[in-house]
Design a protein around this ligand. Structure first.
Ligand code: PMP
Length: 466
C-alpha cells in the first residue's frame, strides 16, 4: 500500500527556480534526528508518505528547516484550500487566541455562531442544519447514527442497511471504516456489521458499467431489499482515484433514495470548499443530499469537521444527546470563517476551475502519450493519475511511488492515497496556485514520470539479459 521511505539522505541534483529550491541531500540531513526521533516515539502506521519535515508553509509552497522549498501538490492532504498560512486565517486564529476564549464545549460562543450561520447561509436551502465536530471520521459516524435513527423511525428495526461503495474511504473509526470499501483496512474488525454493504463505484474505469441499473442489480445480488436501506453514502468523488460518478447515475440515485425513504449522504470531506471548481462537490451532480459530511479544507488549518443536512433529520435527537468536547472550538471556528471568506473573496472556486482546466488538459495529454497511465480522473484542482500495466487495469504501485519520490527530490510534493493499490498519484494543490507554478510543477511531474519509466524499463531489460 504505502511506501516505507528511507531516512538516509540521498544526494540529488540541486534545483533553484522561482518556486522551488532543493540545495541539500533529501531528506535534508539536518532533519534526520527529528525523523529518527519520531520513528522511535510514534507508531509505524504514521509513516508512509515522504519524510519531509515541514518547517513552515505559505501559499502553495512548503519549506523544510534547511530552506529547501517545494511546490505543494498535497495541500497537506487536502486541508489548505485557502492556501497555507493565509494572513486572514492566521489573524483570525491569533485574534481569537488573544481574546482569551479558547474552549467552551457546549456552552455557546460567538465564533461558533458566526461560522455556523455563514456556512449554513451558503449551503443549499433545506440543508442548513449543522453539527460541528473535530474530524472527518467523526462527521461520518454522526451521519451513520442519524441515518440509522431515521431508518428506525420511518421503517422500523429492519431499515438499518447503509449502502456505500467499493474502494471508498470514509475514515478509520469503527463505523466510518465499515462504510469504507477497502477490505484490507477492515480486516482488524473481525465481526463486520452486516448492516454495511458495498456496491461498485461507477467510475467508468474499474467499473465499466456506470448505469444505475447496475446499482439495483448489485443490491439484488447482495440480497438487499430496498425498503431496508436507511442510507446510501458516497464520497462526492472517490478519494482513492478522484473519480466522480456520472450525473445521470446520481440523479437516479437521488430519486431512488426518495422513493425508499433512504437518506443520501455525500461525504464532502475532500470535495468541499471549492476543491472541485464548485463550492460544494455535489453541485456537479445537480442534486442536494439529505446529509453531508465535511472536514479537511473547512478551515485551511485547524481541526474542524461538520455534519450538515435536513433539519428534520439533524434534529432527531433531543438536546444534550449529541455532542463532542471540541465541537465548535472557537479558535477552529474563527479559522474556518476566515478561510471561507478568503475562498469567496479571492475567487478561489473560480481559480480552482480555471487551473483545473489547465491541470486536466495536461494530464490527459500525458495519458495519451503514456500507456502506463490508465485513467486520469477528477475535476477542478483535484486529479488522480492511476498507473497501470499497459493495456490492463492492473495497478503498478512502484511506478506511482517512484514518481512521487522523484518529484519530492525535484521540489514538487504529492502523495498516493489508499484505494487503487497505492497506484494512484493524487494532485491537489492549494486553490490559490497560479498558472506559472502549476505549469512548472506539471513539467517536473512529466519529467519525473518519464525518467522513472525509462529507469524501470532499463532495469527490466537488464534483468532479462542476466
Ligand atoms: N471522508 C473522506 C472522504 C476522507 O477523505 C477522510 C480522510 N481522508 C475522512 C472521511 C476521514 O477524515 P479524518 O481523517 O479527518 O477523520
Amino acid at each position: 500500500m504505502a511506501r516505507e521511505f528511507s531516512l538516509t539522505p540521498k544526494p540529488v541534483p540541486p534545483v533553484e527556480t522561482k518556486y522551488r529550491r532543493i540545495q541539500t541531500s533529501i531528506p535534508a540531513p539536518v532533519t534526520v534526528p527529528l525523523l529518527e526521533s519520531l520513528h522511535r516515539s510514534e507508531l509505524r502506521a504514521m509513516q508512509g508518505q515522504p519524510p519531509l519535515v515541514w518547517d513552515h508553509a505559505e501559499g502553495f509552497q512548503v519549506y523544510d528547516p534547511a530552506g529547501n522549498c517545494w511546490i505543494d501538490w498535497s495541500s497537506g492532504v487536502l486541508i489548505t484550500n485557502a492556501g497555507h498560512s493565509h494572513p486572514a486565517v492566521m489573524k483570525a486564529i491569533t485574534d481569537q487566541v488573544n481574546s482569551k476564549m479558547l474552549a467552551s464545549y457546549m456552552f455557546p460562543n460567538a465564533p461558533r455562531e458566526r461560522f455556523a450561520a455563514r456556512f449554513a447561509e451558503l449551503l443549499p436551502e433545506g440543508h442548513r442544519k449543522i453539527f460541528l465536530l473535530s474530524t472527518g471520521s467523526e462527521a461520518v459516524e454522526c451521519a451513520i447514527k442519524l441515518s440509522r435513527t431515521h431508518g428506525l423511525k420511518v421503517g422500523g428495526r429492519k431499515k438499518n442497511i447503509v449502502v456505500s461503495f467499493e474502494k471508498a474511504f470514509h475514515g478509520r473509526t469503527l463505523g466510518s471504516q465499515q462504510a469504507g470499501g477497502i477490505p484490507a483496512l477492515k480486516e482488524w474488525i473481525g465481526n463486520l456489521d452486516p448492516g454495511f454493504v458495498q456496491v461498485p463505484f461507477p467510475d467508468g474505469f474499474r467499473t465499466p458499467d456506470t448505469s444505475f441499473d447496475f446499482f439495483l442489480k448489485t443490491l439484488t445480488d447482495l440480497g438487499v431489499e430496498a425498503p431496508n436501506v436507511c442510507a446510501v453514502i458516497l464520497e462526492t468523488y472517490q478519494g482513492g482515484s478522484a473519480a466522480f460518478a456520472p450525473k445521470p447515475y446520481m440523479q437516479a440515485l437521488r430519486q431512488w433514495c426518495d422513493a425508499h425513504k433512504a437518506l443520501l449522504i455525500c461525504d464532502e470531506v475532500q470535495a468541499g470548499f471549492g476543491r472541485t471548481g464548485t463550492m460544494w462537490g455535489f453541485e456537479h451532480y445537480g442534486i442536494v443530499p439529505d446529509l453531508s459530511t465535511w472536514g479537511k479544507g473547512i478551515s485551511s488549518s485547524l481541526p474542524l469537521a461538520a455534519c450538515a443536512g435536513r433539519a428534520d433529520v439533524m434534529d432527531l435527537h433531543p438536546p444534550g444527546s449529541m455532542s463532542s468536547t471540541h465541537s465548535g472550538s472557537p479558535v477552529c471556528c474563527a479559522a474556518a470563517l476566515a478561510s471561507l471568506e478568503v475562498i469567496v473573496a479571492e475567487g478561489l472556486v473560480e481559480n480552482a476551475r480555471k487551473m483545473g482546466d489547465v491541470l486536466h488538459a495536461r494530464l490527459n495529454a500525458m495519458a495519451k502519450k503514456y500507456p502506463e497511465i490508465g485513467a486520469v480522473a477528477g475535476k477542478g484542482l483535484v486529479a488522480g493519475v492511476s498507473v497501470v500495466k499497459p493495456g490492463t487495469k492492473e495497478p503498478v504501485a512502484d511506478l506511482a511511488w517512484d514518481t512521487v519520490e522523484r518529484c519530492w527530490h525535484k521540489g514538487v510534493l504529492m502523495f498516493c492515497p489508499v484505494g487503487f493499490g497505492g497506484a494512484t498519484i493524487k494532485i491537489c494543490p492549494p486553490l490559490n496556485i497560479n498558472e506559472e507554478a502549476l505549469a512548472e510543477s506539471l513539467d517536473v511531474f512529466e519529467e519525473a514520470f518519464a525518467e522513472i519509466l525509462a529507469e524501470h524499463k532499463a532495469a527490466r531489460s537488464e534483468a532479462v539479459a542476466r
